[in-house]
Ligand binder design. Structure first.
Ligand SMILES: *[C@@H]1O[C@H](CO)[C@@H](O)[C@H](O)[C@H]1NC(C)=O
Ligand SMILES: *[C@@H]1O[C@H](CO)[C@@H](O)[C@H](O)[C@H]1NC(C)=O
Ligand SMILES: *[C@@H]1O[C@H](CO)[C@@H](O)[C@H](O)[C@H]1NC(C)=O
Ligand SMILES: [Zn+2]
Length: 561
């Protein structure tokens, strides 16, 4: 069954009139939901006392919102009263009115909606933006949304660069502000609909198909770009647009007349939906489900909006993020095992998480093979880059271990990276520590083997790479004990490493802190075994992130472009 959706241009504070209008239309059409693509509220700077009173009425539920209405940020900040409400209710302004957030992925009524509100602020260079309610976003915010992989509906305040090329549709006004990062996001997500706003004009581009990597038309992915005028605009341009969309429809492989090629040209890589990533902030999977406060997803099953590792989570601790590449990112660990003084050569803990952007419990559950392999490659690239940083900063006195817990019922898989004295590793003490601890816990025996992205492994596993830099001739390192040379990102041999894998049979109790516990003991940091026992102030975390970034900068391939 298809969903009927009504899209509304900028409302600019006239929500009393607009909700009235929607109530009328809804009575005749019974829409599933409405989306406001421009500003719902007036700029706080231009608000009169009447606007203010109407906002209070809205917040007190004295104004009826006739159907579920979703909105994001447009060109102005949200009114302070609305922010205050959202601070306590997360995304619900009042019954039926939901804030999508500035940078978000939301699934409702079976539709995946991706929003990037506000305008690009190139003056903000420090990663993804922390402000949830100001109308600015960074390039990293746009990149972070690539992790959604696909979208039914994309909403952006600004237009994608080059959107009008190859189009014969007239536009009565000059082209509104465009952004390259919006074009990149549209190319990556290949949304079925992309909506934006254009004050005094309505614009509907010819539909366009995206191109595959080798420049061939991909008829399975067609985007319709539309831009709506503002409510009450003097040119009487269209500010409402209704359409029907079947979230379950499989794309048709025919290109209808009038469809053009993507104005953005060829994108590096095709990315598709992964049905196993359920981006269900509002949906519990039930049909025709209306979001209510009481029916939020259960805490025990985080969805990307709540997942601590999903960049689309608006409450993410963004100050911990230190690098964002194409499919993956780096963040320093909360409550790191080492302190800033554990490794004086470094001056920061260097306990780092290498994270995929895709929300999935394991590598194997990333169903799109291309995304999986690109993610694995990039995670390895980060790992090697981190090794290079250690060589550079510590004159090869530190090695590193990196572990992964792969469990089908995990939440968002990742690798934990931790430095350790090279000498301990070279003498085999780290390997022994893992093996002995596994034995003590009556776990199965570690096997020395390389398993790549682990997709051939049956069932859950714990794996750890143990790496140390090569100082001159390595002694005793040979293939017989499973050790092999490791290369840095330039392909140069910069050390030796081995990979140990512990299979986790179904039903076995496995301590998720196992890796950290082994390393805590080995490094004499038992008191810091649990991350919750190692709280840092936000200022300390920021300090560690900055020191890390400075050290890593030389090796951070995500900065090259
Ligand atoms: C989409 O498919 C699911 C599962 O088959 C079904 O429960 C749902 O009703 C369908 N949604 C629509 C809008 O048709
Ligand atoms: C505020 O609400 C009143 C009463 O509902 C309405 O008449 C008026 O038009 C509203 N003002 C704005 C700016 O929407
Ligand atoms: C989702 O995951 C399950 C279990 O891992 C698998 O059987 C199924 O094929 C996956 N579905 C898709 C669409 O990837
Ligand atoms: Zn996640």
């Amino acid at each position: 069954m298809a969903c009927k959706v009504i899209v509304v241009g900028a409302v600019e504070g006239h929500f009393v009139a607009v909700f009235d209008k929607l109530a009328n239309l809804h009575a005749k059409n019974s829409f599933s939901l409405a989306i406001v693509v421009g500003d719902l509220f007036k700029s706080p700077a231009d608000s009169s006392s009447e606007d203010d009173e109407n906002i209070s009425s809205l917040l007190n539920s004295e104004i009826t919102v006739p159907l579920p209405v979703y909105f994001t940020l447009g060109k102005h900040a949200l009114p302070p009263k609305v922010i205050q409400k959202l601070e306590s209710s997360e995304y619900e302004v009042c019954q039926n009115l939901y804030f999508l957030g500035k940078r978000s992925t939301t699934k409702t009524e079976g539709l995946r909606i991706v929003a990037l509100g506000g305008r690009l602020d190139t003056a903000i260079t420090a990663g993804i933006s922390k402000e949830k309610y100001l109308p600015f976003h960074t390039e990293e915010d746009a990149k972070a949304l690539n992790g959604a992989n696909s979208a039914d509906i994309l909403i952006t305040t600004h237009w994608p660069t080059l959107i009008r090329s190859g189009s014969n549709v007239d536009l009565p006004i000059g082209t509104p502000q465009t952004e390259q990062c919006v074009a990149d996001l549209c190319s990556t997500l290949k949304p079925r609909y992309h909506f934006s706003v254009s004050d005094e004009a309505f614009y509907e581009r010819e539909p366009f198909f995206h191109l595959t990597e080798d420049g061939q038309p991909d008829p399975m992915s067609i985007t319709r770009f539309l831009s709506l005028a503002t409510f009450g605009n003097s040119s009487k341009q269209k500010w409402l647009y209704a359409f029907t969309i079947d979230p379950n429809a499989t794309a048709t492989a025919t290109i209808t007349p009038g469809t053009t090629a993507s104005p953005f040209g060829v994108r590096k890589r095709k990315r598709q939906a992964d049905d196993n990533q359920s981006f269900s902030r509002f949906s519990n999977g039930a049909d025709h489900y209306r979001p209510t406060k009481s029916a939020r997803p259960r805490r025990s099953q985080p969805t990307p909006q709540q997942c601590f590792f999903c960049l689309s989570n608006p409450n993410l601790a963004t100050h911990l993020i230190t690098s964002i590449a194409t499919d993956t990112y780096l963040t320093i660990s909360k409550g790191p095992l080492p302190t800033a003084t554990t490794f004086p050569q470094l001056g920061f803990p260097a306990h780092v998480l290498i994270m995929p952007l895709t929300h999935a419990p394991t590598f194997s559950s990333v169903s799109e093979q291309e995304v999986r392999s690109a993610t694995y490659k990039e995670m390895q690239r980060y790992r090697r880059a981190l090794h290079s940083m250690l060589i550079d900063k510590t004159s090869s006195s530190l090695g590193a271990i990196t572990w992964e817990i792969s469990r089908a019922d995990g939440i968002h898989f990742h690798w934990q990276f931790l430095p350790a004295p090279a000498e301990l590793i070279q003498k085999g003490l780290v390997e022994a520590a893992f093996k002995v601890q596994a034995e003590n816990e009556k776990y199965p025996t570690f096997k020395v083997k390389e398993i790549g992205a682990g997709t051939a492994e049956r069932g859950d596993y714990f794996r750890v790479w143990i790496w140390y830099p090569e100082k001159g001739e390595a002694i005793g390192a040979d293939a017989a004990n499973g050790e092999h040379t490791s290369e840095d990102e330039t392909g140069e041999t910069r050390g030796r490493e081995k990979s140990l894998v512990l299979s986790l049979p179904a039903g076995m109790r496995f301590d998720l802190q196992f890796g950290r516990r082994v390393m805590a003991k080995l490094l004499g940091l038992e008191v810091r075994t649990h991350w919750k026992d190692c709280p840092q102030t936000e200022k300390e975390e920021q300090q560690d992130a900055e020191t890390f970034k400075a050290a890593f900068q030389k090796f951070d391939f995500s900065l090259e472009e």
